[in-house]
Design a protein around this ligand. Structure first.
Ligand code: SAM
Ligand code: SF4
Length: 331
C-alpha cells in the first residue's frame, strides 16, 4: 500500500466509494433518464477503455477506495464487462457492487456469484408491466421481474431502485413496500432529479422524501426507522414482520451531503466530486498524456481538496444549466 494519506476532501469527508459508469449506452429509455430518441452516444474511443478503468480503480484503491459500484448506462450492454469484473475481483479490500436495469442479467448470474459479486441494485420503478412500459419505453418487464426473482432465489443482496414520478408510478409506492413483506430485498424510493437529458428542470418536486414517507404510512403506520450508516444516502425503514426493508433517497432535496463519500467517474472519463457538478476534471485526457500513478494520486487529492460542501454549492458552480442524461453520469 502507498504511504500517501487516504483521500479526504476539504470538509474532512473520507472518500471511500467510487461509482464508475462503464458506458453511456442503454437498452431502455427511462423517461426520467433519457429522451425517447436516446442521447447521442459517444464513439468507443471517447469512452474510457476497460484498461483505463482498471487502472483508475487500482490507483483509487491504493488511496483508500474500498467499494466500487459499476453503473452506466446499462453496464451489461458493453462487451467485455464480465472480463473487466474478473480483473476487478482480483483487487484486495474492494467490494464490487452493480447497478443494472436487469434486462440482460439472466446469463451472468452464476458468473457474478463465482466472482463474489452479490450486491446488485436493480432499477424497477413499477410492479405493473404496463406502467413499466410507459416509464422505460420498452417491453422488458417480464424479463426484469424474472431476473429479480432469480437473484432473490440465489441469495443476492438486492436493492430495488424506484424513482418516484408524479402521475407515473404514484400507485406503485404501496405495492413496492408490500413486496418487502415476503421478499428479503431493500426497496429504495428515489426522488426524481433533473438529469433526463432534456434540460427541463422541475421547480418543485411533488414526490419529495417527506411525501413518500407519508404515503407509505397511510398503509403501513407501524413502519419503524432504522439507523442510517455513515455515508449512506437512504433513510431506512422497516415494517415489523416484513422480510425486507424500505429506504428513501432524498436525491433532489440533498439531505445527506454532509457524509458523502462518493467519487464519480463518468463513461467519458470526467471526475465528478458531486452528482450536481458538471464534471470537474477530464481524467481520460489526463491518463492519455502518459501520467504516472503518483501523478494520478496527487491529482485526485488536489481535486477533492476543492470540493463543494454540498449539492447546492456544486450546482451553483456549474458553467451551464443541467441538461445531461443520467445514462452518461451513472446515478
Ligand atoms: N442502467 C442502470 C439502471 O438503470 O439501474 C444503471 C444506470 S442508471 C443511470 C443508475 C440509477 O440512476 C438508476 O437506479 C436510475 O433509476 C437512477 N436515475 C436515472 N435517472 C434519474 C433521475 N432523473 N432521477 C433519479 N434517479 C435517476
Ligand atoms: Fe437506462 Fe438506467 Fe437510464 Fe433507465 S435509468 S434509461 S435503464 S441508464
Amino acid at each position: 500500500m502507498t504511504n500517501l494519506p487516504l483521500l479526504f476532501d476539504n470538509h474532512g469527508r473520507e472518500m471511500s466509494y467510487l461509482r464508475l459508469a462503464v458506458t453511456d449506452r442503454c437498452n431502455l429509455r427511462c423517461t426520467y433518464c433519457m429522451p425517447a430518441e436516446g442521447i447521442t452516444y459517444l464513439p468507443e474511443k471517447k469512452l474510457l477503455s476497460w484498461e483505463e478503468m482498471l487502472r483508475i480503480v487500482h490507483v483509487l484503491n491504493q488511496l483508500g477506495i474500498r467499494k466500487v459500484r459499476i453503473t452506466g448506462g446499462e453496464p451489461f450492454v458493453r462487451p467485455g464487462l464480465m472480463d473487466f469484473l474478473q480483473e476487478l475481483a482480483k483487487i484486495e479490500n474492494l467490494e464490487i457492487c452493480l447497478t443494472t436495469n436487469g434486462v440482460l442479467l439472466e446469463n451472468h448470474l452464476d458468473s457474478l456469484l463465482n466472482l463474489g459479486i452479490k450486491n446488485v441494485n436493480l432499477s424497477l420503478d413499477s410492479l405493473d408491466s404496463e406502467r413499466f412500459f410507459k416509464i422505460t419505453r420498452r417491453n422488458d418487464f417480464d424479463q426484469v421481474y424474472q431476473n429479480l426473482m432469480r437473484m432473490i432465489e440465489a441469495n443476492f443482496k438486492v436493492k430495488i431502485n424506484a424513482v418516484v414520478m408524479h402521475g407515473m408510478n404514484d400507485n406503485d409506492i404501496l405495492p413496492l413496500v408490500k413486496f418487502t413483506e415476503k421478499h428479503p430485498v431493500s426497496v429504495r424510493f428515489i426522488e426524481e432529479m433533473p438529469f433526463n437529458g432534456s434540460g427541463l428542470v422541475e421547480e418543485k418536486l411533488f414526490w419529495d422524501y417527506r411525501r413518500i414517507l407519508s404515503q407509505i404510512k397511510t398503509e403501513f403506520p407501524q413502519i419503524e426507522e432504522v439507523p442510517m450508516a455513515y455515508g449512506e444516502t437512504s433513510k431506512n425503514y422497516h415494517v415489523p414482520g416484513f422480510m425486507g426493508d424500505v429506504g428513501i433517497i432524498a436525491a433532489f432535496s440533498r439531505t445527506f451531503c454532509g457524509s458523502c463519500n462518493r467519487i464519480r467517474v463518468t463513461s467519458l472519463g470526467q471526475v465528478k466530486t458531486c452528482l450536481y457538478d458538471d464534471g470537474v476534471f477530464d481524467l481520460k485526457e489526463y491518463l492519455r498524456l502518459g501520467v504516472s500513478d503518483e501523478d494520478l494520486k496527487n491529482t485526485m487529492i488536489k481535486i477533492f481538496g476543492e470540493r463543494p460542501k454540498d449539492g447546492f454549492e456544486a450546482e451553483n458552480n456549474r458553467k451551464g444549466v443541467i441538461n445531461e442524461s443520467m445514462t452518461s453520469i451513472g446515478g
